[in-house]
Design a protein around this ligand. Structure first.
Ligand code: SAM
Length: 265
């Protein structure tokens, strides 16, 4: 379905510095984190509303499927989970609704504006004592080795500059026996749906973004970044290369989204 080749990091002939992709643009590698940060700073206050509008509410079903597959323990044992690129806390709250009373979730994100919206939601939903919000980069998480029983990242990893580093750090912070799950937009596998999806995403999503937030550019980036993300099989190999075992994935809505699962043995 992809309309553009997946670009890997390259050396810039002019500057000699490394470059990477930011949507369909090529940018100096060192600038990508700031560009991504600015996108989410701009959309933070309308992020949750936009998710519903753009996906017609489907993101809720995909997130619920992630929690179902994780299947956190419901009993009284202590359970530590990290949700990376956790933004406004959607995955954290769903997990806490499902898990036992001694489950604790750390939401980690590079963007303090997204985390701020999440903190307000946590207080409103009375989860405040069971969730904490930490600012940090998925590539260099500010937590010791072997800290968490499980790790999720939903619609976050495609924004990270070096996906391999984020996967390596996921492995590092998980305890042996810990579970990794990633929900991400992926490659559509249903003939015909790919063309409809391309038309909708490139035609409608930036327009809806402009209508709701006043600026379509962040949503143009989001659509482009989805097309740059490795397809299911390639991403599965990347997860295996990071050291995870029993890696599998499930497609949702014809491959518009996929969940990859792996274990640190
Ligand atoms: N996981 C949430 C959800 O599913 O609703 C938020 C997803 S939002 C599309 C992507 C999030 O990734 C943003 O909150 C953004 O700040 C965060 N992010 C982007 N790059 C990151 C990085 N390198 N490290 C941690 N978070 C990052």
């Amino acid at each position: 379905m992809s309309t553009t080749p997946h670009a890997d990091e390259t050396k810039s002939a002019e500057t000699g510095g490394s470059t990477t992709h930011f949507g369909f643009k090529t940018v100096p590698e060192a600038e990508k984190v700031k560009l991504v940060h600015d996108v989410f700073e701009q959309v933070a206050s309308r992020y949750d509303l936009m998710n519903d509008l753009m996906s017609g509410g489907l993101h809720r079903a995909w997130k619920q499927a992630l929690i179902d597959w994780l299947n956190p323990p419901r009993g009284p044992r202590a359970y530590a989970h990290i949700d990376v690129a956790g933004g406004t806390g959607d995955i954290a709250f769903r997990l806490l609704e499902r898990a036992g009373p001694n489950a604790h979730v750390t939401v980690c994100d590079i963007n303090s504006h997204m985390l701020g919206v999440g903190r307000d939601r946590a207080e409103a939903q009375q989860f405040a004592g069971r969730v904490e919000f930490a600012c940090g980069d998925a590539e260099t998480l500010p937590f010791p080795d072997r800290s968490f029983d499980s790790y999720t990242i939903a619609f976050g990893i495609r924004n990270v500059t070096h996906i391999e580093n984020a996967l390596a750090d996921a492995y590092r912070v998980l305890k042996p026996g810990g579970r990794f799950l990633c929900l991400e937009f992926s490659q559509v596998s249903v003939p015909g749906l790919d063309a409809i999806y391309d038309t909708y995403s490139f035609g409608a999503i930036p327009r809806i973004g402009k209508w709701v937030t006043g600026d379509g550019d962040p949503y143009q980036y989001l659509v482009e970044s989805i097309r740059r993300f490795p397809p299911q099989e390639r991403f599965k190999t990347m997860i295996e290369t990071a050291g995870f075992s029993r890696v599998q994935y499930r497609n949702f809505s014809g491959g518009i989204a996929a969940i990859h699962s792996g274990w640190r043995l």
